[in-house]
Design a protein around this ligand. Structure first.
Ligand code: UGA
Ligand code: MN
Length: 325
């Protein structure tokens, strides 16, 4: 009886061992991710975040390779991530620091972004200098005052400040072959989704996308047919050559450098025509690259902050301490 049991045991033993080994190999395979990777990577991630999708091949291929004894070959080197240059004109008013705080909180989540903040002022203010020093962002702080005669309702705003940003970019990159870069004009009061930066990062020459809450409509957008811009959906002056808000386009650094005379103009510029006047100098409608799923998604909003009510601000008996707001 004992010997029968022993012989059965020894017959079964190799099979038991094989099953144990098989189970062990299987549990060492990494489990597939439960959730898809967030859409923010590769391009919107902060410093140190993954820049490119980790794997390109299908899941099947990866599994076969993992059981081989040799480690998989290292991935090919990643191309450098184009720097996004955001030019922001800004001016002193009670809500300025609040606007800049919101903007910095967004920009801090975008990899490889350089903020060019241009104050509409005769000198750099202490408030903005202090703010930038603590913002934790690569930045450049410029200033240029708008001449008084242009500070009137109905006239274009921030012309001189955007030109100062353009001049800085051209000077900085003038003597070397341009590093990959993309420029866009980020007014301090708009609202920007992180997905927008992913979209604009791949701009080859000039890219465009819809803008929400502008032109007297819920949104304005370039109309796209067969991957080309063929017109504009807008509620205001549809006759504009480029019926688009400042927040609706980006330009590659290369295009900025190879059109050194392209600037925003005061002379002859009508309200609302700044974008068209500028874009006319560097591109054509046919050349535009539609982003945001052929311009069917709103990823930026032309929000405007309500003027604050300071009616109860005391004129006398002020607070005992001075507090920056
Ligand atoms: C619209 C467009 O979205 C702007 O891009 C365009 O510059 C502006 O019209 C125009 O009329 O020129 P809107 O919301 O009416 O924008 O303008 P603001 O947001 O008040 O100003 C645009 C940018 O210029 C902001 O970043 C603001 O801080 C700055 N700004 C405004 C100055 O630097 N100085 C000023 O006196 C006023
Ligand atoms: Mn605005």
């Amino acid at each position: 009886m004992k010997s029968v049991l022993f012989s059965r045991f020894f017959i079964l033993l190799p099979w038991i061992l094989i099953v144990i080994i098989m189970l062990d190999v299987d549990t060492r395979r990494p489990a597939p991710p439960l959730t898809p990777r967030p859409y923010l990577s590769p391009y919107a991630g902060g410093r140190g975040a993954a820049r490119l999708p980790l794997r390109r091949g299908g899941p099947g291929r990866g599994r076969e390779q993992r059981n081989e004894s040799r480690p998989p070959p290292p991935p090919p080197p990643e191309p450098p991530l184009p720097t996004i240059y955001a030019i922001t004109p800004t001016y002193s008013r009670p809500v300025q620091k609040a606007e800049l705080t919101r903007l910095a909180n967004t920009f801090r989540q975008v990899a490889q972004l350089h903020w060019i903040l241009v104050e509409d002022a005769a000198a750099r203010s202490e408030l903005v200098s202090r703010f930038l020093a603590r913002a934790g962002l690569p930045s450049t702080h410029l200033h240029v005052p708008t001449p008084r005669r242009y500070k009137r309702p109905g006239l274009p705003r921030a012309t001189e400040q955007r030109n100062a940003g353009l001049a800085w970019l051209r000077q900085r990159h003038g003597h070397q072959r341009a590093q990959p870069g993309v420029l866009f004009f980020a007014d301090d009061d708009n609202t920007y989704s992180l997905e927008l930066f992913q979209e604009m990062r791949t701009t080859r020459k000039v890219s465009v996308w819809p803008v929400g809450l502008v032109g007297g409509r819920r949104y304005e957008r370039p109309l796209v047919e067969n991957g080309k811009v063929v017109g504009w959906y807008t509620g205001w002056r549809a006759d504009r050559p480029f019926a688009i808000d400042m927040a609706g386009f980006a330009v590659s650094l290369q295009v900025i450098l190879s059109n050194p005379k392209a600037v925003f103009k005061r002379r002859g510029s009508q309200p609302g025509m700044q974008e068209s006047d500028f874009l006319k100098q560097i591109t054509t409608v046919e050349e535009l690259e539609p982003k945001a799923s052929n311009c069917t998604k709103v990823l930026v909003w032309h929000t405007r902050t309500e003027k604050v009510n300071l009616a109860n601000e005391p004129k006398y008996h002020l607070d005992a301490v001075t507090i920056e707001v």
